[in-house]
Ligand binder design. Structure first.
Ligand code: ADE
Length: 247
């Protein structure tokens, strides 16, 4: 581990997955990674997340990591040398399954991709930079580019947080049985059915009778039907043509 990595957990027991995030704004990632499911996963030693401040590999007094573009486009671009040094330092210590770059140009992050990535042991995520990164980083150091949606964010840090959340929650043992990832929307291409809690009636709005019937066979059938209907109504593009006509 390079001296620059800020470990989010203190012990060093073997973990299921290690994620190294390279960023110029580690502060932006600290809070989302220290809470909720990700905190639970790090506390249980199921995942180890290290934040690397790219500026520690930067040049001069100001730890410069970006520079003007050749070709006179506006804006500054991440230089290859600090990124190469940081990634090489990590790769010298272990094998990485993927070196990911967060960018709106990348492959769209979806549930199947999250499922695949949750099986990896070690990944690096390089957060994208406002005006981009030197193309040679993408050509030579990056193995996968990921976009979290068809819109442009100011940097790749929030995208990295989304990707980490999406994969860490799938690591066995992170979620308890009742919040199992298997019942998530998208896991079987369908949206989740609606859910209700007490009271059974509020201002005349009643919870569907079947849910309070105690008949689990009927309840399961109801949930499945609702999932299909919801998907057909809200996200029909998730279903193929046959499925759209079937139900
Ligand atoms: N960086 C800027 N916009 C992004 C997006 N949509 N997905 C991933 N990284 C990004």
């Amino acid at each position: 581990m390079t001296g620059s990595g800020k470990s989010l957990i203190l012990n060093h027991q073997p973990v299921v997955m290690r994620i190294d995030i390279i960023t110029v704004l580690p502060e932006l990632l600290e809070s989302p990674l220290r809470h909720s499911i990700i905190k639970r996963a790090t506390d249980k030693s199921l995942v180890e997340i290290h934040l690397h401040d790219l500026r520690e590999y930067g040049f001069g007094k100001h730890r410069q990591v970006d520079d003007y573009t050749y070709g006179n486009d506006a804006g500054m671009v991440l230089m290859i040398e600090p990124v190469d040094k940081c990634i090489s330092a990590l790769k010298n210590q272990r094998h990485y399954d993927e070196v990911i770059y967060t960018s709106p140009d990348g492959e769209l992050f979806d549930q199947p991709m999250a499922n695949t990535m949750s099986l990896h042991e070690n990944i690096i995520i390089l957060c994208g930079h406002y005006k981009g990164i030197d193309q040679r980083i993408r050509d030579c150091l990056i193995t996968k580019e990921i976009s979290i949606g068809n819109y442009v964010l100011t940097g790749g840090e929030l995208a990295a947080a989304v990707i980490v959340d999406g994969i860490v929650r799938l690591i066995p043992g992170v979620l308890s049985d009742e919040t199992s990832a298997l019942s998530d929307s998208f896991q079987d291409k369908l949206l989740s059915p609606p859910v209700y809690t007490r009271p059974a009636e509020y201002k005349g709005m009643k919870v569907p009778d079947v849910l309070t019937s105690g008949n689990f066979k009927l309840i399961d059938a109801w949930k499945e039907k609702q999932a299909w209907e919801r998907t057909k109504k809200l996200r029909p593009e998730l279903l193929n043509d046959k499925e759209k006509n079937d139900e």
